[in-house]
Ligand binder design. Structure first.
Ligand code: SF4
Length: 155
Protein backbone atom coordinates (compact mmCIF):
# COMPACT_ATOMS: atom_id res chain seq x y z
CA UNK A 1 0.00 0.00 0.00
CA UNK A 2 1.05 3.57 -0.63
CA UNK A 3 -0.08 6.62 1.27
CA UNK A 4 -0.25 10.32 0.50
CA UNK A 5 -0.21 12.05 3.85
CA UNK A 6 0.13 11.21 7.49
CA UNK A 7 -0.86 13.81 10.07
CA UNK A 8 0.30 12.83 13.56
CA UNK A 9 -1.86 15.54 15.15
CA UNK A 10 -5.13 16.31 13.36
CA UNK A 11 -8.27 18.01 14.65
CA UNK A 12 -10.21 18.13 11.36
CA UNK A 13 -10.83 14.55 10.22
CA UNK A 14 -13.03 13.07 12.93
CA UNK A 15 -13.76 13.92 16.56
CA UNK A 16 -11.08 15.10 18.96
CA UNK A 17 -7.37 15.08 18.36
CA UNK A 18 -6.37 12.26 16.05
CA UNK A 19 -3.74 10.63 13.90
CA UNK A 20 -4.88 10.64 10.27
CA UNK A 21 -3.61 8.58 7.35
CA UNK A 22 -4.57 9.30 3.73
CA UNK A 23 -3.86 6.18 1.67
CA UNK A 24 -3.39 5.98 -2.11
CA UNK A 25 -5.77 4.28 -4.53
CA UNK A 26 -9.46 4.72 -5.28
CA UNK A 27 -11.66 3.26 -8.03
CA UNK A 28 -14.74 5.41 -7.51
CA UNK A 29 -13.96 8.38 -9.77
CA UNK A 30 -16.48 10.67 -8.05
CA UNK A 31 -17.18 13.87 -9.94
CA UNK A 32 -15.86 16.72 -7.80
CA UNK A 33 -13.52 14.42 -5.85
CA UNK A 34 -11.77 16.53 -3.22
CA UNK A 35 -8.66 14.35 -3.30
CA UNK A 36 -8.03 13.44 -6.94
CA UNK A 37 -4.29 13.18 -6.51
CA UNK A 38 -4.79 10.14 -4.25
CA UNK A 39 -6.77 8.06 -6.78
CA UNK A 40 -3.81 6.24 -8.35
CA UNK A 41 -2.61 3.22 -6.40
CA UNK A 42 1.02 3.91 -7.26
CA UNK A 43 0.91 7.56 -6.17
CA UNK A 44 2.36 8.64 -2.86
CA UNK A 45 4.88 6.84 -0.68
CA UNK A 46 5.15 3.16 0.33
CA UNK A 47 3.50 2.44 3.67
CA UNK A 48 6.41 0.80 5.45
CA UNK A 49 6.76 -1.02 8.75
CA UNK A 50 8.32 2.21 10.09
CA UNK A 51 5.27 4.20 9.06
CA UNK A 52 2.96 1.70 10.78
CA UNK A 53 5.12 1.68 13.91
CA UNK A 54 5.04 5.47 14.01
CA UNK A 55 1.24 5.53 14.01
CA UNK A 56 1.13 3.08 16.91
CA UNK A 57 3.71 5.12 18.83
CA UNK A 58 1.86 8.38 18.17
CA UNK A 59 -1.45 6.92 19.35
CA UNK A 60 0.26 5.84 22.57
CA UNK A 61 2.13 9.12 23.06
CA UNK A 62 0.78 10.53 26.33
CA UNK A 63 2.34 13.98 25.75
CA UNK A 64 -0.30 14.71 23.09
CA UNK A 65 -3.31 12.52 23.89
CA UNK A 66 -5.09 11.36 20.73
CA UNK A 67 -8.64 10.10 20.73
CA UNK A 68 -7.96 7.74 17.83
CA UNK A 69 -7.00 7.04 14.24
CA UNK A 70 -8.71 8.26 11.06
CA UNK A 71 -8.21 6.37 7.80
CA UNK A 72 -9.08 8.15 4.57
CA UNK A 73 -7.70 8.57 1.08
CA UNK A 74 -8.00 7.49 -1.60
CA UNK A 75 -9.90 4.53 -0.28
CA UNK A 76 -8.65 2.43 2.64
CA UNK A 77 -10.96 -0.34 1.41
CA UNK A 78 -9.56 -0.44 -2.13
CA UNK A 79 -8.99 -4.19 -2.63
CA UNK A 80 -5.25 -3.61 -2.96
CA UNK A 81 -5.16 -1.78 0.41
CA UNK A 82 -7.28 -4.11 2.49
CA UNK A 83 -4.52 -6.44 3.74
CA UNK A 84 -2.33 -3.58 5.00
CA UNK A 85 -5.26 -1.69 6.49
CA UNK A 86 -6.43 -4.86 8.24
CA UNK A 87 -2.96 -5.35 9.71
CA UNK A 88 -2.93 -1.75 10.94
CA UNK A 89 -6.38 -1.76 12.55
CA UNK A 90 -5.65 -5.08 14.28
CA UNK A 91 -2.48 -3.58 15.77
CA UNK A 92 -4.36 -0.48 16.94
CA UNK A 93 -6.90 -2.71 18.67
CA UNK A 94 -4.20 -4.81 20.32
CA UNK A 95 -1.63 -2.14 21.18
CA UNK A 96 -3.55 1.13 21.61
CA UNK A 97 -6.11 0.65 24.35
CA UNK A 98 -9.06 3.03 24.32
CA UNK A 99 -8.38 4.55 20.90
CA UNK A 100 -11.17 4.69 18.32
CA UNK A 101 -10.85 4.10 14.56
CA UNK A 102 -12.81 6.02 11.94
CA UNK A 103 -12.67 5.01 8.28
CA UNK A 104 -13.93 6.72 5.11
CA UNK A 105 -14.66 4.65 2.00
CA UNK A 106 -16.32 5.22 -1.36
CA UNK A 107 -18.04 1.82 -1.14
CA UNK A 108 -21.44 1.45 0.51
CA UNK A 109 -21.55 -0.82 3.52
CA UNK A 110 -23.78 -3.35 1.75
CA UNK A 111 -21.35 -3.58 -1.21
CA UNK A 112 -18.37 -4.74 0.83
CA UNK A 113 -16.82 -8.13 0.17
CA UNK A 114 -15.69 -10.56 2.85
CA UNK A 115 -12.16 -9.16 3.13
CA UNK A 116 -13.40 -5.57 3.37
CA UNK A 117 -15.94 -6.60 6.00
CA UNK A 118 -13.19 -8.08 8.11
CA UNK A 119 -11.70 -4.58 8.44
CA UNK A 120 -15.10 -3.25 9.52
CA UNK A 121 -14.99 -5.68 12.44
CA UNK A 122 -12.11 -3.70 13.95
CA UNK A 123 -13.32 -0.12 13.51
CA UNK A 124 -15.72 2.09 15.43
CA UNK A 125 -17.14 4.33 12.73
CA UNK A 126 -17.52 3.97 8.96
CA UNK A 127 -18.47 6.85 6.65
CA UNK A 128 -19.51 5.18 3.42
CA UNK A 129 -20.51 6.00 -0.14
CA UNK A 130 -19.22 7.98 -3.08
CA UNK A 131 -19.09 11.76 -3.03
CA UNK A 132 -22.13 12.91 -5.03
CA UNK A 133 -21.77 16.49 -6.14
CA UNK A 134 -25.52 17.12 -6.47
CA UNK A 135 -25.94 16.06 -2.84
CA UNK A 136 -22.92 18.00 -1.57
CA UNK A 137 -23.56 20.04 1.56
CA UNK A 138 -20.76 21.89 3.38
CA UNK A 139 -22.84 21.98 6.57
CA UNK A 140 -22.67 18.18 6.95
CA UNK A 141 -20.37 16.91 9.65
CA UNK A 142 -17.68 14.34 8.73
CA UNK A 143 -19.06 13.79 5.21
CA UNK A 144 -19.23 15.70 1.97
CA UNK A 145 -22.59 14.70 0.50
CA UNK A 146 -25.95 13.73 1.96
CA UNK A 147 -25.95 10.19 0.48
CA UNK A 148 -22.98 9.23 2.64
CA UNK A 149 -23.89 7.51 5.90
CA UNK A 150 -22.09 7.57 9.24
CA UNK A 151 -22.29 4.04 10.66
CA UNK A 152 -21.37 3.76 14.32
CA UNK A 153 -20.54 0.25 15.45
CA UNK A 154 -19.53 1.02 19.03
CA UNK A 155 -20.86 3.51 21.57
S1 SF4 B 1 -14.31 7.95 -2.98
FE1 SF4 B 1 -13.27 9.79 -2.23
S2 SF4 B 1 -11.18 9.68 -3.04
FE2 SF4 B 1 -12.42 8.22 -4.19
S3 SF4 B 1 -13.05 9.35 -6.03
FE3 SF4 B 1 -14.67 9.53 -4.51
S4 SF4 B 1 -14.25 11.46 -3.40
FE4 SF4 B 1 -12.37 10.85 -4.52
Amino acid sequence: MNYHQYYPVDVVNGPGTRCTLFVSGCVHQCRGCYNQSTQRLDSGTPFTQEAEDRIIADLNDTRIPRRGLSLSGGDPLHPANVADVLHLVKRVREECQGKDIWLWTGYCLDELNTAQREVIGYIDTLIDGKFEQDKADPSLKWRGSANQIIHTFTL
